[in-house]
Structure formats: structure tokens, C-alpha cells
Design a protein around this ligand. Structure first.
Ligand code: ATP
Ligand code: ZN
Length: 683
């Protein structure tokens, strides 16, 4: 594999910050939300019922029939609608400058109760407060409210909306879309008229929209019903869930990850038999990938395919203020799981419990928690049938002890989907709504490079909303394009999207490798070429040996070197010597290794003869420099051969690079079509 490495780091999104801060209203007013659980990608996370001082306006969402909000949707909504809403009104404009992470949000159970004056990082200050203060506060807040404004003059909007739906005879299937559309329109109108509404009313309106959005999400998502008991405070009950209803069929565009996990499913179906037959499995599997690419969904699917219980835990919930709580939760979790084996334990956000940043005052007891986790993982045998799946966006942030053999020693990458994957995901979610015949998912897929599965799902949902707002019967390309642009142009989006210039460089670089491979007789056949970033690489070309190679000929080794050189040569020829990049360093490593082995091991250098030089440290300076000289010559000649080929096939090189820019990933057959000068119709 030849890869172009990058230094691009995925960025963590901060889903709840906007929402939390949106509740800061100008006139020292605060609002409380209660009775509703907020789920992060359908995970459990319950904001407990709590009480606010009665002078504060408050809102019990459960009274309105809402039991859950989905963070992704809240975030979208706030991001897209709130700025317009706040414009020209006296709402403090710095509500989106603070950064309260979703995690600290959930750590701080009371964050919805916003009090006067504090603007930022509330949970952080709270973390620093002493435990006793925190406890005292809990009790103070506890029992006395829910007489809030919304109960007082509770939603004429809600009633009239219900009435409206009845009089309009909206079919049941469309009601949720209708409601959200209604709210969106309402909000827009509100922003236009700029009436002298007081801040309470504004806030209420926002809440109302959020509420409808929540309902929408609830109805839209079949997995939302999968919920667990919360583990607030010292209570640490764990309930598994049978995952029959989620299978690999539900996870689109991550074929390689599914294949890698297939064996785990076999194991879970019958651990004893599997191990008797000599199957060997890791205890822990690390799913690594950007947010929203389906890691959780995959873990659920593993349990579902094998029809075994699924235990969900989020790393952040082990990160406790109180001594021993995190550790005891881990203990309980494993005890339960072992008693119900075979089963899957899923630990989301593994880095937040197993990160290197232990010993920090912010996380006083995390060392303890990690140790407990390690002890539990070491404490059962592979054939006991417990598989632990951890998910993280940042594998490099994990404590090294966690990734040692016998722990999380298998890594499965869950990348952002490529154009084919995106097409499948779009089709899958489109099939859940009504869409026009003219809709071509592939066109949308091509324009959504870098989108995760969750974002594509959201794109389809937003298009459905838009159609509802515009009074359309079904979703057309217009709505899909609209919501695509909306998501693309939103603030902070696409932080990892490779800009066009870099994409172009990558495309030419990878095509360079591919062209050399294609036109060099002894090179291995190409398997595929891609400019989809995966892990630390911006793209790669993979080659497939026709059959297992026992021996390699000199010509084959030289061909491999040439293919390695192709990337840099392409950069130099197309962009000029001044614009070559650092991306070829691993290619050179590769080529140098081959050349070195040819000279020192395989007796393939005339000058040095058929002699091996194993310990180069013990050689005379003359021999050493002769070896270096030979290696240098081999590499230089290889570079020149590659240059010659790329110059000869400049036209094919360009065509291939352009095809890659359009289709991102090309398989062997598609590459052949492009190089033969035919028109490529992908799929
Ligand atoms: N590959 C996919 N195929 C189908 N749906 C997907 C896919 N990826 C994401 N989704 C949708 O997005 C939702 C969120 O994905 P999920 O929670 O599995 O992502 P994740 O990788 O665990 O994200 P995070 O790192 O934020 O926890 C899923 O429940 C599903 O609705
Ligand atoms: Zn390369």
C-alpha cells in the first residue's frame, strides 16, 4: 500500500454548546428544562427531573408528551435557525463562543438550570467545587418547582397545531414532518416581524421548536426506543438489551469493517465451539473512526447478528467525582455481563475513561477506573464469550495499557464512507421517506465528500423538513441540494474535509502510483485507488499480488520501487519542484527498504556481488559507502524510470486523476476503463 500521509486531525464537535448557551437570555432571566432525557446518538443520558427555584421560568417537556431529544438534531436546529432568530434582537451574541462539551454537559446534571450572569464553562467551575457544596446544591435545587411559564400558559401553539392538523386532515405518517415544518415556519415568521416579544416568549418558542424536533427524531428513528436505565449517583444498575432488530443490514458503506467483525459474530454465536476449533479472538475490539460513522450502530449490529445481549456504557459516565464510583460501575457492568455471556459490552468514548490525561485534577479518580477496567479485562478467559467493543475518535489518546495484547488488541477502522457508501446510505434513508422518481442519490453522494453516515441521515431528514415547510408532497433533488448546502455552509462544518488543492495533489499523487503499476510489466495488478482519507492517510493505491508470492524476481522488486516512486514523480511533473509535498516519505521508506535488501541480502548488486551484509555496523567504511552508493543508484534509476513512464502517459495520468477527483475511489476495472480512454460510467 502506498500512502500519502497527512497531519490532518479530526476535530471533535461540540454538540450541545449552542443549545446550552441559547438559554442565556438578556435580562437576567433563566429557564429550566426538566423531565426530558437528552440522547446523544440514541444513547442513554438522562437529565434527571430536577427542580428550580420557583421564581424561575421553567418547562417540563414531559408534560408536553416529550420524553427525549436527540442532540444531533438540537444542534442542527440551533445552528441553523437560532442565529437568524437572534439577529437584531437584544439576545447576547456571545452564546456561541463558549465551549461546553457534550461530555461536561452530561457530567453536570444541572447544566440546564442556567443561572444569572454566568456565561461560560459552567460545568467546569462546578467541577472544581467541593463535593459537599455540590451535594448541598443538589438538595437545594431539588423539590419545588415545575410551575413554570409553560405550564402556566401552556402552548396555545400546541393546541392550535393539533387542531390544524385535524382540520387539514394530515395523514399520520406526515404529522411529525408537518409539525416540525410548522415550527420552522413559525420561527421564521417570528424573526421577520421582530415584535417586541419579551425574552420569555422567545425562549419558549425555541423550546417549542426543539420539542417538535425531538418528537420528529423520536418517530423517525427506530433505534430510539432502545434505552437503558440511567446510572446517576451511586446507583449502578445495568440492563442489557437484546439487539435482534439491528443487523449488519442497517449499517451501510462500511463493508470492510463488517467483514472484520463477521468473525466476532461467529464467535458470539457459539464461543465454545469456536475456541475448540482453534479460533482465536481478541477480548477487546477498538472501533476507530470519526463521529457519526456508525461505530455504535456496528457494535449493536454485532450483538444483533449474534442475537446476544448488548451492554452499553459511555466512557464519560465512568469519569466520576466520587472516589470509587467509576470503578464500581465497571465492576457491576462486567459482573452482569459475565453472568449473561455470551454478550457484547460496548464502551463508547473509550478515550474519556481510558485516556492518557489521567492524574489531572479534573478527573481525580480516572486512574482507579482504568485499573478496574484493565483488571476486569484480564479477569476472564477468551472462551467465556464476553466481547468488549470500545469506540473512540482518538486512538492515539488512549492509555497504552489499554491496547496491549489481551485487551483492546484488535482495531477496526470505521472510516467516513466513500461515494459508493454514501450512495448506499442515502438510498437507505431515502427509502424511509417519500421521494420523487427524479432523485439521484449518487449525485448527492458525489457532492458530500467527508459526510458521515449520521450527517447523511440528517441531510435526508432536513430535506424532508424542507419539503414539508414548502408544502411539497415528496422530496425532490431541490430539497436534497438545499439541505446539503445548508449543512455544508453551516458554521464549523467539514473541518476535516480536505480542501480542493490538497485533493488535487492527492489525486495526481495516487494516480502516479497507479499509472506506474499499470504500465510496468512486473508490477502487481492494481486493486483500487482512492483519495478518501483513511486514518492518517489522504489516499492510497492498493495492489494485489495475483497469487501468494513465495519468491520475488529482481524485476518485480524494481517494479515495486518504481510504483513507490510514482507518487512523488507525479507531484514534481504536475506541480513543479517547488510544490512537492511531504506526503511521499513513506513511499521513499518503502523503496529504500527494497533497494537495501536487494543490495545487502539478495545479492542483486553487481558491484557488491552475491554476498550478504547482515550487520552493517561491523562493515568497513569503504564497504558501507559502497552499499550506500549502490542503494542510491538503484533509487535514482527507479525514479527516472517512473518519470519516463509518467511523461509517456501524461494524458492517462490526467484522466485518471480527474476520475479520482470525481469518483474518489476506483476499482481495478474502473481504472482500466479510464486508462483505455473509455468513458467511465460508475455503476
Ligand atoms: N454507516 C451507516 N449506515 C447507516 N446509518 C448510519 C451509518 N453511520 C451512521 N448512521 C446513522 O447515524 C447514527 C449515529 O451513528 P453512530 O452513533 O453509530 O455513530 P458513532 O460512530 O458511534 O458516533 P460517535 O463517535 O459520535 O459516537 C446512527 O444511529 C445511524 O442512524
Ligand atoms: Zn504515495
Amino acid at each position: 500500500m502506498f500512502s500519502l500521509s497527512s497531519t490532518v486531525q479530526p476535530q471533535v464537535t461540540v454538540p450541545l454548546s449552542h443549545l446550552i448557551n441559547a438559554f442565556h437570555t438578556p435580562k437576567n432571566t433563566s429557564v429550566s428544562l426538566s423531565g426530558v432525557s437528552v440522547s446523544q446518538n440514541q444513547h442513554r443520558d438522562v437529565v434527571p427531573e430536577h427542580e428550580a427555584p420557583s421564581s424561575e421560568p421553567s418547562l417540563n417537556l414531559r408534560d408536553l408528551g416529550l420524553s427525549e431529544l436527540k442532540i444531533g438534531q438540537i444542534d442542527q436546529l440551533v445552528e441553523n435557525l437560532l442565529p437568524g432568530f437572534c439577529k437584531g434582537k437584544n439576545i447576547s451574541s456571545h452564546w456561541h463562543t463558549s465551549h461546553v462539551s457534550a461530555q461536561s454537559f452530561f457530567e453536570n446534571k444541572y447544566v440546564f438550570i442556567q443561572s444569572r450572569g454566568f456565561k461560560t464553562l459552567k460545568s467546569r467551575t462546578r467541577r472544581l467545587q467541593s463535593t459537599s457544596e455540590r451535594l448541598a446544591e443538589t438538595q437545594n435545587i431539588a423539590p419545588s418547582f415545575v410551575k413554570g411559564f409553560l405550564l402556566r400558559d401552556r402552548g396555545s401553539d400546541v393546541e392550535s397545531l393539533d387542531k390544524l392538523m385535524k382540520t387539514k386532515n394530515i395523514p399520520e405518517a406526515h404529522q411529525d414532518a408537518f409539525k416540525t415544518g410548522f415550527a420552522e415556519g413559525f420561527l421564521k415568521a417570528q424573526a421577520l416581524t421582530q415584535k417586541t416579544n419579551d425574552s420569555l416568549r422567545r425562549t419558549r418558542l425555541i423550546l417549542f421548536v426543539l420539542l417538535l424536533f425531538g418528537i420528529y427524531g423520536l418517530l423517525k428513528n427506530p433505534f430510539l426506543s432502545v434505552r437503558f436505565r440511567t446510572t446517576t449517583g451511586l446507583d449502578s444498575a445495568v440492563d442489557p438489551v437484546q439487539m435482534k432488530n439491528v443487523t449488519f443490514e442497517h449499517v451501510k458503506g462500511v463493508e470492510e469493517a463488517k467483514q472484520e467483525l463477521q468473525e466476532v459474530v461467529e464467535f458470539l454465536k457459539n464461543p465454545q465451539k469456536f475456541t475448540i476449533l482453534g479460533g482465536k479472538l481478541p477480548k477487546g475490539i477498538l472501533l476507530v473512526g470519526p463521529p457519526g460513522t456508525g461505530k455504535t450502530l456496528l457494535a449493536r449490529a454485532v450483538a444483533g447478528e449474534a442475537d446476544v445481549p448488548f451492554y452499553y456504557a459511555s466512557g464519560s459516565e465512568f469519569d466520576e467525582m466520587f472516589v470509587g464510583v467509576g470503578a464500581s460501575r465497571i465492576r457491576n457492568l462486567f459482573r452482569e455481563a459475565k453472568a449473561n455471556a455470551p454478550c457484547v459490552i460496548f464502551i463508547d468514548e473509550l478515550d474519556s475513561v481510558g485516556g492518557k490525561r489521567i492524574e489531572s485534577p479534573m478527573h481525580p479518580y480516572s486512574r482507579q477506573t482504568i485499573n478496574q477496567l484493565l483488571a476486569e479485562m484480564d479477569g476472564f478467559k477468551p472462551n467465556e464469550g464476553v466481547i468488549i467493543i470500545g469506540a473512540t475518535n482518538f486512538p492515539e489518546a488512549l492509555d497504552n495499557a489499554l491496547i496491549r495484547p489481551g485487551r483492546f488488541d484488535m482495531q477496526v477502522t470505521v472510516p467516513r464512507p466513500d461515494v459508493k457508501g454514501r450512495t448506499e446510505i442515502l438510498k437507505w434513508y431515502l427509502n424511509k421517506i417519500k421521494f420523487d422518481q427524479s432523485v439521484d442519490p449518487e449525485i448527492i453522494a458525489r457532492g458530500t465528500v467527508g459526510f458521515s453516515g449520521a450527517e447523511l441521515e440528517n441531510l435526508v431528514n432536513q430535506a424532508a423538513l424542507k419539503a414539508a415547510v414548502d408544502g411539497k408532497e415528496m422530496v425532490t433533488m431541490k430539497e436534497l441540494e438545499f439541505s446539503k448546502d445548508k449543512i455544508l455552509m453551516g458554521p464549523e462544518r467539514r473541518s476535516v474535509e480536505i480542501d480542493n488543492k490538497n485533493k488535487t495533489i492527492t489525486a495526481y499523487h495516487e494516480s502516479g502510483h497507479a499509472i506506474i503499476a499499470y504500465y510496468t510489466k512486473d508490477a502487481m495488478p492494481i486493486n483500487k485507488a482512492t483519495i478518501m482519507p483513511r486514518g492518517p492517510t489522504l489516499g492510497h493505491v492498493s495492489l494485489l499480488p495475483e497469487n501468494d508470492r513465495w519468491n520475488e524476481t529482481r524485476a518485480q522488486l524494481l517494479a515495486q520501487m518504481d510504483v513507490s516512486m510514482g507518487g512523488r514523480v507525479a507531484e514534481e511533473l504536475i506541480f513543479g519542484t517547488d510544490h512537492i509535498t511531504t506526503g511521499a516519505s513513506s513511499d521513499f521508506d518503502n523503496a529504500t527498504k527494497i533497494a537495501k535488501r536487494m543490495v545487502t541480502k539478495f545479492g542483486m548488486s553487481e558491484k557488491l556481488g552475491v554476498m550478504t551484509y547482515s550487520d552493517t555496523g561491523k562493515l568497513s567504511p569503504e564497504t558501507q559507502s559502497a552499499i550506500e552508493q549502490e542503494i542510491r543508484i538503484l533509487l535514482r534509476d527507479s525514479y527516472e524510470r517512473a518519470k519516463h513512464i509518467l511523461k509517456t502517459h501524461a494524458k492517462e495520468h490526467k484522466n485518471l486523476a480527474e476520475a479520482l477527483l470525481t469518483y474518489e475511489t476506483l476499482d481495478a476495472k474502473e481504472i482500466q476503463i479510464v486508462l483505455e480512454g473509455k468513458k467511465l460510467e460508475v455503476r
